[in-house]
Design a binder for this molecule. Sequence first.
Ligand SMILES: *Cc1c(COP(=O)(O)O)cnc(C)c1O
Length: 447
Amino acid sequence: MSDPVMFTLDPSEEVTHWYNIVADLPTPPPPPLHPGTHQPVGPDDLAPLFPMELIAQEVTGERYVEIPEPVLEVYRQYRPSPLYRARRWEQRLGTRARIYYKYEGVSPAGSHKTNTAIPQVYYNVVNGTTRLTTETGAGQWGTALSYACSLFGAECEVWQVGASYDTKPQRRTLIEVFGGKVHRSPSRLTEAGRAFPADHTGSLGIAISEAVEMAAKDEGAKYALGSVLNHVVLHQTVIGEEALRQLAKAGETKVDLVVGCAGGGSNFAGLAFPFLREKLAGTQDPRILAVEPTSCPTLTRGEYRYDFGDTAGLTPLMKMYTLGHDFVPSPIHAGGLRYHGMAPLVSHAVHEGLVEATALHQRECFEAAVEFARTQGVVAAPESSHALAQARREALAATDEQVIVIGLSGHGLLELGAYESFLAGRLEDDVLSDADLDAALAGVPTI
Ligand SMILES: *Cc1c(COP(=O)(O)O)cnc(C)c1O
């Protein structure tokens, strides 16, 4: 029999619970603080923005949270996502490493974002929310939320980062196909947006401020965030839980390296935290590695401090690696990795030495992604290409039989403009200067 390269799961092996890393961390992560009082935020502070179940998930210490049946039903449209062995790429690299990738590009939105959009909209709708507001950077989150709103019957309003709105009209159209409404951020509809000129290229921080402001103003509206928060990370753990089961089916019980790209940290944590549970329990000892772009080097050059999640300072203060909430990253192609902060849970794990981080230039990432496309047939999202490039480095350096698991967070079929620039030799690597970094960090509150 020939060796299989694709691993799925039987219905009886379905993942029915999300995994909460907080239950197993050696030290508790620092709590979020109220932006005005600097006291730990309570459920009442978050109630204008999120329904009770999500607030409860944000603060829970429970190890496993059951996935509601209506959410499982929608997950079954595209889950389990496949785990592949990248045999052709291994051969091209001439490595002895066994490389697996967990592919989230099969979801309706083409990325892992649907994994949290579905439960977020579900919990909102059962609690009477009729309208959800959000931001989107590259467009994947807006697409995922728009689709989930269409399934559960809620309105969806998306503030899309100006640079992305201007250059990625197809992303906007996809959100509209699923029924969502799109505004260019900074918009004229909010105070947070009007603080910037209308032609400003925008940032995720500004778009978040706009969406939060709108939700806070409207009784029936709530806000949804596509990354960073504990409940988002929780929902994404379906990725890692499936991967562990699929790897077992592939005959792999010990993984040497888990690698994923990190923007706000959710797809990385979703894959990595179930592996971190095994590491903490002593059943496996993988290195766990987050990869970010050199132009938005939150984990590798940011500071571990309390900072706001948005530009206007409307969100709670979170202890995280940050480049400063005023930071506006250069417009690299991996739009989903252009965020000034990092999930507090990922930040904590890095700070405690449980997770490593590294940063790569975009050209190396596209090189790896093109090689991957030519051997595996998958055009990776520019974000995911960071994980591919780092895995490539590790595989080339491996002298023995290593098992590498890559989080391939999405496909790049709507990002062909970026591939075109790369193939034409027009893509530049850019580095964040110390002066720009210091200027951005100067705006972080001192607590
Ligand atoms: C949004 C996005 C990311 C970055 O977000 P995380 O929260 O860090 O996962 C990475 N890859 C893809 C394909 C995305 O859509």
